[in-house]
Design a protein around this ligand. Structure first.
Ligand code: NDP
Length: 482
């Protein structure tokens, strides 16, 4: 079989794959050599800016299959019994850059794009059910504290503990991070969570609040701090490799999909604020209900096109699912599409991986790199037979709010405080050996040379608030007099 000829990007047969045009064999090169110029110029433009958070990751395609009837809670087409919906799932670490090690202690991103019949539904979650903060005005400060200093571009544990100890609402998430779940064995061996609270509404417009849980069918497995450190050096791409190879070998990882459902009116008087992203809903109050199974079964063909340029946004919601008063979710509804417009360009939704699998009939058009073939009329309303909105599909996506415009923390519910839930994790959930590794992980982290003696005292105080035994263990490990 003859090998096809190579071309430039416009399809012209390439005159050479390795020789530039010159004046004689030894002479200078020519500006007219379009093949060389295109090759060099395109190379200079090979990267889009890396994500400011969640830069290092990997992902695969798969399917969500709904096995149970939850139509009394939502009419969303992807959650109807028997339905199979194609999806993309991207995993990531948060703070490291594109080349950083997969086994670093960090939460893991767990971002899903479901290609539904009503457009794309994105659930942009993590491997933890909670987060470090509950107000988006703190987000960039939080991320700055986890990334690099301005002066020497080094990461700095003192800066990390400074932020955490000044923001006690972080204690629950930092507790998760400091257990061995902070260093999962692979992406396949961890749970995913939607983390935020979302609105579900059924065909009658009846409303519920929900939280999503994706339970790994591979079982939870974690790395010890030492094993994670060793892997950082031995194979920085270990998790990307593991996912790729297991799918290539036909071992398709899966997760059982569950939700917690809260009747709409419970939210007002529930003992904790159900929209506070630093809190879980205890399972005893709202048990998990199985919905279906999510399986990954296909690797990307081109990493850059399908994973690096994948654009997840919590604002991709479909009829039957809405947002909630969770302030962090509200902030992300803006910031995710905004970052994609900057990072990829305003027409990022036209890229094949981000394109819905249904026809779009939007009145937005043009802009850099547009190739969607918009037809007239280009405005609404119109008398030219153009598409009209489907308001009726969103009946139920509404709730009443009123109040003074203010800058204040959430009003407290009966049992809102920053330490009860991490205390429950320490007291009721962790085994003795998990508690021991949590103490040793904290001590290891806060023993970094940059952490000052004063900061170590604050670290001990922070953990003593979670539990006196935990505080005492950390004090002992750090050599702080308690
Ligand atoms: P439950 O006993 O009903 O649930 C505790 C949950 O903790 C388990 O279902 C499991 O959830 C998770 N878990 C088990 N081992 C660990 C571990 N080593 N590290 C982190 N999580 C673990 O108790 P409650 O629902 O009343 O919650 C008690 C505490 O458990 C909470 O304060 C929270 O810290 C933690 N937790 C609660 C979750 C929830 O959504 N209610 C979810 C995760 C943790 P999973 O199968 O999701 O891993």
């Amino acid at each position: 079989m003859s090998v096809p000829y190579s071309t430039d990007d416009a399809g012209h047969p390439a005159p050479s794959d390795g020789l530039s045009q010159s004046v004689g064999p030894n002479g200078p090169l020519l500006l007219q050599d379009h093949f060389l110029i295109q090759k060099m110029a395109h190379f200079n433009r090979e990267r889009v800016p890396e994500r400011v958070v969640h830069a290092k990751g990997g992902g695969a395609f798969g399917e969500l299959e709904i096995t149970e009837d939850v139509s009394r809670y939502t009419k969303a087409d992807l959650f109807q019994k028997g339905k199979k919906t194609p999806l993309l799932l991207r995993f990531s670490t948060v703070a490291g850059e594109l080349g950083s090690a997969d086994s670093a202690r960090d939460p893991r991103g767990f971002a899903i794009k479901f290609y539904t019949e009503h457009g794309n539904y994105d659930l942009v979650g993590n491997n933890t059910p909670i987060f470090f903060i509950r107000d988006p005005s703190k987000f960039s400060d939080f991320i700055h504290s986890q990334k690099r200093r301005a002066d020497n571009q080094l990461r700095d544990h003192n800066m990390q503990w400074d932020f955490w100890t000044l923001n006690p609402e972080s204690a629950h998430q930092v507790s998760f991070l400091m257990t061995d779940r902070g260093t999962p064995k692979t992406w396949r061996h961890m749970n995913g969570y939607g983390s935020h609270t979302f609105l579900w509404y059924n065909a009658d417009g009846e409303k519920f609040w929900v939280k999503y849980h994706f339970k790994t069918d591979q079982g939870i497995e974690n790395l010890s701090a030492d094993a994670a450190k060793a892997l950082e050096a031995d194979d920085p791409d270990a998790h990307r490799r593991d996912l790729w190879e297991s799918i290539e070998q036909g071992e398709h990882p899966s997760w059982t999909v569950k939700v917690q459902v809260m009747p709409f009116d419970d939210a007002v008087n529930y003992r904790i604020n159900p929209f506070d992203l630093t809190k879980v809903w205890p399972h005893g109050d709202y048990p998990e209900i199985t919905v279906g199974k999510m399986t990954l079964n296909r690797n990307p063909q081109n990493y850059f096109a399908e994973i690096e340029q994948a654009a997840f946004e919590p604002s991709n919601l479909v009829p039957g699912i809405g947002g909630s008063p969770d302030k962090m979710l509200q902030g992300r509804l803006f910031s995710y599409p905004d970052t994609h417009r900057y990072r990829i360009g305003p027409n990022y939704l036209q890229l094949p991986v981000n394109q819905p699998k249904v026809a779009t009939r939007s009145y937005n058009f043009d802009g850099p790199m547009a190739y969607a073939n918009n037809q007239d009329p280009v405005y609404a309303p119109n008398t030219a037979g153009g598409a009209v909105s489907a308001n009726e599909l969103y009946e139920g996506d509404s709730y009443h709010v009123s109040g003074e415009i203010t800058r204040s923390a959430y009003e407290l519910h009966k049992e809102d405080d920053d330490f009860s839930q991490p205390r429950a994790l320490w007291e009721q959930i962790l085994t003795e050996s998990e508690r021991a590794s949590m103490v040793s992980n904290i001590v290891g982290h806060a023993s970094a040379p940059s952490v000052t003696d004063d900061m170590k005292k604050r670290v001990v105080e922070y953990w003593t608030n979670v539990h006196p035994d935990l505080g005492a263990g950390v004090a002992k490990g750090l050599g702080v007099q308690s």
